[in-house]
Write a protein that binds this ligand. Sequence first.
Ligand code: SAM
Length: 285
Amino acid sequence: MPGTLFVVATPIGNLADITDRARQTLARVAVVAAEDTRHTGQLLAQYGISVPLYALHEHNEADRADALIQRLSAGEDVALVSDAGTPLVSDPGYRLVSAAAAAGIRVEPLPGACAVIAALSVAGLPTDRFVFEGFLPPKTAARRGRLASLAAETRTLVFYESPHRLKDALADLLATFGPNRRAVVARELTKLHETVYRSSLAELGARAEHDPNMIRGECVLIVEGAPAADDNTDIARYDGALGALMKHAPLSVVADVVSELTGARRNALYERALTLRRDRNEESA
Ligand code: SAM
């Protein structure tokens, strides 16, 4: 009988955030495949678990997955963990899991902590439909390109971001999506300095400039989606007013005024004005 590959979530900060089943499984498998064996060794020691560890990270996964498949095929149970949270979510493991599944090996999830889900659960933004975009490209041009391709996305957008790039990412979001979308920065979740900032992109961008705490530690960035297509069809009836006012005032003021006069949603008006301006620029180019 082949063994089972257990994909085990570990805490994203608070050590108590691990399930009983995860602890029992980690203690009884033949080997734990870990992104960083030193880090995982220390984590398991805190739970009183001592088990052989095997390094499996993004640089050696392609080679090492085969060896693990052989052990699984020979009947050994293997657990896969990453440094924090759920393996495969912006972490290694994809190659191993797909190779195991292709080899007919049973792959079992042991669910638990995951920063995307933890952040969404407290963001206060719509969660009925969301899209996880992982890390944005580190360079500005590529990041702006990626964001431009997401500008019309109506689902809530979730990004992982490193603290030293948060300011730049917020600036690019502001430039691409405009100032009004609601957004959330959820930092240091489950840790001592856990903070959730909920505001508009404009206010979060400004805060990142002067609040050093905001750009410390690990964070998840969540942004409200674009207004739905129905809203856009409906909002097109205000094109005349938007077009006329745009000649005389910044788009944020135009959206404010038209929203106040008509009762239409300010964000939808702002997005519509952005589209009109883009169309005009393209026509005159
Ligand atoms: N596999 C992990 C998971 O399930 O969330 C994610 C691993 S990814 C390499 C690390 C990123 O997750 C960080 O850069 C940050 O964006 C996010 N993250 C991890 N722990 C976090 C925490 N405690 N609070 C906020 N964000 C966190």
